[in-house]
Each structure stands twice: as C-alpha cells, then as structure tokens.
Design a protein around this ligand. Sequence first.
Ligand SMILES: Nc1ncnc2c1ncn2[C@@H]1O[C@H](COP(=O)(O)OP(=O)(O)OP(=O)(O)O)[C@@H](O)[C@H]1O
Ligand SMILES: [Mg+2]
Length: 265
Amino acid sequence: MFELVKSPLASEKHVAVECIDVWREFQDGPRVIKVLQGTNLKVDRGEFVAVVGASGSGKTTLLNLIGGLDQPTSGTILVDGLDITDLDDEKMSEVRRHKIGVLFQDQHLLPIFTALENVEVPMLLDDIPEKDRRDRAIKLLEMVSVDHRSQHMPHELSGGMRSRVALARALANDPAILLCDEPTGDLDHKTGGEVIQLMRDLAKKKNLAVLAATHDPETARMADKILLLRDGVLVDELIGDFFKHSKVDVTTRKHNQGTGDRAST
Ligand SMILES: Nc1ncnc2c1ncn2[C@@H]1O[C@H](COP(=O)(O)OP(=O)(O)OP(=O)(O)O)[C@@H](O)[C@H]1O
Ligand SMILES: [Mg+2]
C-alpha cells in the first residue's frame, strides 16, 4: 500500500474535506454542461453536513468527486489532508478503502451474505485476521443496533435495518468521511429520521465528517451545516439550528407558510 502522505495544501488537521475552486463540466454532444462552477467548501471531522439543491444542481456529482469516483475538470479536492485530484486508480482505490465510506440509496447489501458477512466485506481486502474481522463487524452491528439480527439475510430485515447494516458496512474501515446520497430515500419518515439521528451521533462519536445529499427538509434540519447548490455554485452555508423552528423548506429555501424568516432573504 502506498503511504497516505498528507498534502502540503492541508490547512488544518481537523478538516476532513476541502474543495478549492472545483469545476465539473460534461460534454453533451456539441453542448458543454457546466455542473459545478467553482465550488469551494470545507467540512470538518465531526460535522454532519446536508447538501441540498434542486434536482440536477450537482449534488451527486459533488459527492462522486469527493468520493474519488469521478475527477474534476479543474480545481483541487483534499480528503483528510491528501490531495486526491491527480491520484492514479490504484492510489485512489486505497484512499477510497481507508478514508471514505459511502452510503448510497441504490447501494444494496449482497443478498447471498448475512448481515454480519456484509459488514465484513470491505475488510476482506485488508490483511485482517478472520477473528478480528468478525469481532469488528459485530461491534459495528452493535453500534447501529442490529447485532441481534447479525445472522439474518438482507431480505429478512426491514428497510431500516438494512440501512443500518449498510451504514455499519460503510464504516467498516474507519473512514474519515461518510458520503451519503439520499440516505433515507427508501425509508418511511420515522425510520429515516432514526437513521439520520444515528448518522449524526456517529459523526460526533467517531469524529467523522458526514456529507448527505438530500431533498428531505427534515434531514437538512438535523445537519450542523447546510450547503445549498444553485447554478453550479454553493451559494450558502446555513446553520442547521437556525432552521429547527423555521417554516422554510431548506431544500428550496422557499417559505411553506409564514413570513419574517431570515432564510428567505
Ligand atoms: N456523466 C454525465 N454525463 C453528462 N451529464 C451528466 C453526467 N453526470 C451528471 N450529469 C448532469 O449533471 C447535472 C447534475 O447531475 P447530478 O446527478 O449531480 O444532480 P443532483 O443534484 O444529484 O440531482 P438529483 O437531486 O436529481 O439527484 C445534470 O444536469 C446531469 O444531467
Ligand atoms: Mg443526485
């Protein structure tokens, strides 16, 4: 494994993700689609951040870039202090394995493995002895309160439990960052809220930066910080607490009802 050397650009050691003037353009025939147009952001370890914005505003594109699944047209992305912008595939997959956990809505558990085995999967590539791997997977399932179902197959679990197992799996290699794309999209309101609360608690407990792209105002309300993507740029950083009692739909920043809220100005 190559050494995960920190970049000299790393400004502060508690910054988990930093995007500096990140552009991402896609070629669509003769047309250039400019999705991200100079995005700058910083997310600290321990922070739970919601990324909001209209459909097509670039939320998934941004998460894919931070997760190393795509490369920016220009700009710099630092993950836990390491510049990932020009890493080759081999190095990038090392970074993904050790620094980044992902929890995407369509990322299903492997159906032929138990809950426990699913959590063990990311550890298989590392040289972890079987017993340690199993003990660690059990601890992770305890952390997400699904240890009593460790021997069950995914289809024997509820949607909420499957999300929790996927969360445990995403944290298997103790990442610095957890990237979530519509993490509660398939869940009912109450179960989704519980999963978000759990992610929020884990962010604090494990000193993890969580970035969650969402259309759900309730998820955004629970975040420490809300990043709003509009016309290719992050136009605002809004503190979650500010919205706790607000009538503003934070995913569009339009009032549902009422007046006089600072967020609409
Ligand atoms: N590989 C690609 N090639 C061409 N265009 C792309 C590609 N990936 C994304 N886009 C375009 O980039 C824009 C942003 O897409 P993205 O999926 O990031 O939006 P989003 O904010 O996640 O939307 P949603 O809320 O619907 O998930 C869209 O116009 C999309 O069509
Ligand atoms: Mg998306």
